[in-house]
Design a protein around this ligand. Structure first.
Ligand code: ANZ
Length: 825
């Protein structure tokens, strides 16, 4: 045959699939469906990375296999194209982000097409399309109508270098996730989404899902804590100090209180003598991140406020301190400190010489805390606690909660670690938030674009649905300024408008990049709909997503945000499943040849374009699947690609002439052993694909290929079967072979080969041979061997003979396939 030449046959089949619309998703009555989704890429300037094709090949194999199994498949692709890099590129070069984005999308699309993925490209979308933005804004308005989008003055993570506020999830160790720039805390007016209102459903909804450990990560991130809020009277004042605790059973062990530096009562309660120190302390902590403040290992800092609270049950006075390990944004921003039973409180008490009183004992006895080196944080038996004494921790909690509620001193409360989602960004390249505000002009002035004015941020008005999408204005200068209102505030003619004689100002914040990825899987159902985000019919045809594959880095970001939006849409009656993604899989990261993370700075980045031009897309696809289990982290090995290329070369040369040879000299049916291997491989490859074990499926194909290479003339039907098995993995090569073997159209919808179960069981078994119950040897036997066959097989086995010679046989036990035991004496 001619040599295997991916450079010509790959573009040939890609053009064929495109021309014939081979992969357009269509529903056929009575057929099962599968919605298989990839996490769509951010089209960065550096193009596709070898990490992208890993997950994309896995889903592509699954889709190609399912189509051959008669399943209707929806497999779409699009672009998550808003975001910072295009805007930063615009700042650096003056190129409009829309232009940069279009160029990057074109590159990504060319690269993905060159890999032969079976996407339904007719459904392609970009989150930046006006037709898409329209519905993203529409969903925002649904959130707004339900009170789930609100403005708040919040201490936010302000990143001066990026000129924007970041979500907690985007800040790592006090630095921005992107670019590692320092982040400080500042109060700012922000649009915030009330994801906390969905904390419980977001935890419960995980139960029925086929997800990996990401489930536990989300549960931890949401961080549900049951406890109580308790009021402490303040000495000499009317207000009360409210605290949150998960251990109401330890109330009698509270020896001091701590309030957060941001606590609204701090200045008011601080005594004149302590004022200077306390305010200086407050100023020193403003720029610290929550993580820095609460780390267990940190040395404890704080100041005494000079004020005292009264214990709600004993009436004793307790000093109030201010310290940064108490966060303003969690619970009530104030705690009762129980140093004997909380490690942070213990360290703080030791640092500042405050008393440590044991109220939970491991054995019910009283102990001397002066020798303790750490707090006793486990459950135990209540001591020194009046009506709680002798009770277990669980009983003591319950008894204390009843008492607090009876005497109106506090109440049960559930707290979450999850914070509401800060949703506004002071950027240009994002969806405009479809809200505007009335403007009060200064007396005598007529135009807020020129004159002083006040924007009534307290009176947000939704843009009328029929006026969506609200488009971005054209800007020349995309730079953020130190004005947190963002670059849109400079587009005066866009920002201010008049209606019925009243001036209004548009919101100048935009949405974060996460917005677009929150619902793209829904738009893929019906991407051209102009009346609704999607039709009910399209929804019913394909939802929910049956398999979702993407990176684990999205565990508590995109995957939580998208579930939240989906649940809101569920409550609005827009979607009819409570959860969007049924099965989730994270592909493992591909490391550089040196075992390190691939990075430009390390010079170890492999460009998929290079691999495709040297070895072909099929070789790249098969190699990435052969590297190891999909979920495993694994290093790139150029040798491995070459090995896979050899496998494809050999498959080609073995099969390409099967039709010409059929019926000729030396042709005939497969020998029994090869036929069995063929049937076993059909079974194994199908089962492996269904379980996403692509690496073992590839190795089974390699074994079969090696065997077939030794058969003088591979019969046509065997060649066709092998070709179909190869098709999901190396679709271009398989299509070309299929055509040569007499196929008249694409094999994409050809039925998947079947196997004869009888031919997949090994007919030979290996069995142990025992003499007097001790294992002495092993023999290979046909499964249906008779006792005479067994005797013949072991008659001359020296390992058996050495134990039987000179002895008499008393008994010969043979249970086919299980036991051979000679009893001799
Ligand atoms: C008294 C106590 C005694 C506590 C004890 C713990 C153990 P989680 O589980 O994370 O919800 N806390 C409350 N608000 C806080 C804040 N704003 N900043 C820092 N710490 C705060 O933790 C709840 C516990 O963390 C609360 O229960 C409180 O300390 C502390 F043996 O109250 B505890």
């Amino acid at each position: 045959p001619p040599p295997y030449d991916p450079a010509t046959l790959e573009p040939k089949w890609q053009a064929h699939w495109e021309r014939e619309r081979t992969f357009e998703a269509r529903r056929h009555p009575g057929r099962p469906k599968a919605y298989v989704l990839d996490m769509f890429p951010y089209p960065s300037g550096s193009g596709l990375h070898v990490g992208h094709p890993e997950g994309y090949t896995a889903t592509d194999i699954t889709c190609r296999y399912l189509r051959m199994r008669g399943v209707d498949v929806l497999h779409p692709m699009g672009w998550d194209a808003f975001g910072l890099p295009a805007e930063q590129h615009a700042i650096a070069t003056g190129t409009h982000p829309a232009q940069t984005t279009a160029k990057n999308i074109a590159t990504f699309k060319r690269q993905l097409k060159s890999l032969g993925f079976s996407y339904d490209w007719s459904r392609e979308l970009s989150t930046t399309d006006e037709a898409y933005v329209r519905w993203t804004q529409w969903i925002f308005l649904k959130l707004f109508e339900r009170g789930l989008a609100y403005q708040a003055e919040l201490p936010v993570n302000w990143c001066p270098a990026l000129g924007t506020v970041l979500a907690n999830e985007e800040v790592i160790d006090g630095k921005s996730e992107r670019g590692s720039h320092p982040v400080v805390r500042l109060p700012l007016r922000q649009w915030t989404l009330k994801i906390t209102a969905y904390a419980d459903p977001l935890v419960k909804g995980l139960e029925g899902l086929d997800w990996p450990e990401t489930k536990e990560k989300q549960v931890h991130w949401i961080g549900r804590s049951e406890g109580a809020e308790v009021d402490f009277a303040l000495e000499g004042r009317d207000e009360k100090l409210r605290i949150f605790t998960t251990r109401p059973d330890t109330l009698f062990g509270a020896t001091y209180m701590v309030i957060a530096p941001e606590h609204p009562l701090l200045e008011a309660i601080t005594t004149p003598a302590q004022r200077a120190k306390v305010l200086a302390y407050r100023d020193s902590v403003v720029s610290k991140s929550d993580l820095d403040r609460t780390g267990l290992a940190r040395t404890k800092t704080g100041e005494f406020t000079g004020a005292h609270a009264l214990h709600p049950l004993t009436g004793k006075t307790i000093p109030i301190w201010v310290a940064d390990f108490v966060l303003g944004s969690y619970g009530t921003g104030a705690i009762m400190s129980v140093p004997a039973h909380d490690q942070r409180d213990f360290e703080f008490a030791r640092t500042f010489g405050l008393p440590v009183v044991e109220v939970v004992s491991p054995d019910g006895q009283l102990h001397d805390t002066s020798t303790w080196t750490e707090a006793f944080t486990q459950e135990g038996i209540a001591v020194r606690s009046e009506f709680l004494d002798g009770k277990s921790t669980a009983d003591a909690k319950a008894a204390m909660l009843s008492r607090l509620e009876r005497d109106a001193l506090g109440e049960r409360r559930v707290q979450y670690r999850l914070r509401d989602w800060v949703f506004s960004r002071q950027r240009y390249w994002g969806e405009p938030i479809p809200i505007y505000f009335p403007v009060d002009l200064a007396p005598g002035s007529t135009d807020p674009r020129k004159d002083p004015h006040t924007v009534r941020f307290d009176r947000p008005i939704a843009v009328d649905e029929k006026d969506l999408p609200l488009r971005l204005p054209d800007l020349e200068d995309f730079r953020p300024s130190d004005d947190p209102a963002g670059p849109l505030s400079r587009a005066l003619d866009w920002r201010f408008f008049q209606k019925d004689g009243q001036w209004y100002a548009r919101e100048t914040n935009t949405m974060p990049q996460w917005a677009g990825s929150c619902w793209y899987y829904l738009r893929f159902l019906d991407p051209k709909n102009t009346e609704a985000p999607f039709s009910q019919q399209a929804y019913d045809a394909w939802m929910p997503v049956d398999l979702y594959v993407g990176g684990a880095e999205h565990a508590v970001l995109h995957l939580l945000y998208a579930r939240f939006w989906h649940k809101v849409l569920f409550d609005c009656g827009v979607v009819s499943h409570p959860e969007p993604f049924q099965k989730l899989v994270h592909q493992g990261m591909i490391l550089g040849e040196d075992g390190g993370k691939m990075a430009k700075s390390r010079g170890n980045v492999v460009n998929p374009d290079d691999v495709v031009s040297e070895h072909g897309a099929d070789a790249l696809r098969v190699y990435e699947m052969f590297m190891g289990p999909l979920e495993a982290v694994k290093p790139w090995q150029t040798r491995g690609v070459i090995g896979v290329r050899r496998f494809l070369d050999r498959a080609w040369s073995t099969l390409a002439l099967a039709k010409e040879h059929a019926g000729g000299k030396g042709s005939g049916p497969l020998d029994d052993e090869t036929l069995r291997l063929l049937h076993k491989t059909v079974k194994k490859v199908g089962e492996d694909i269904e379980a996403l074990r692509f690496n073992t499926a590839v190795s089974a194909l390699m074994i079969l290929s090696n065997r077939l290479a030794e058969v003088p003339h591979v019969p046509l039907d065997a060649a066709r079967t092998f070709t179909l098995l190869l098709a999901p993995f190396a679709p271009h090569l398989a299509e070309e072979l299929w055509e040569r073997l007499g196929g008249e159209k694409s094999l994409a919808h050809e039925p998947w080969p079947t196997f004869d179960p009888a031919l997949t069981v090994d007919d030979e078994v290996e069995m142990g041979v025992q003499v007097n119950g001790k294992l002495r040897s092993r023999v290979k036997l046909r499964r249906d061997a008779t006792e005479a066959d067994v005797r013949a097989a072991i008659a001359n086995d020296p390992a058996v003979l050495s134990h039987t010679q000179g002895k008499t046989e008393k008994k010969f036990v043979y249970i086919p396939g299980r036991i051979i035991n000679l009893v001799v004496a």
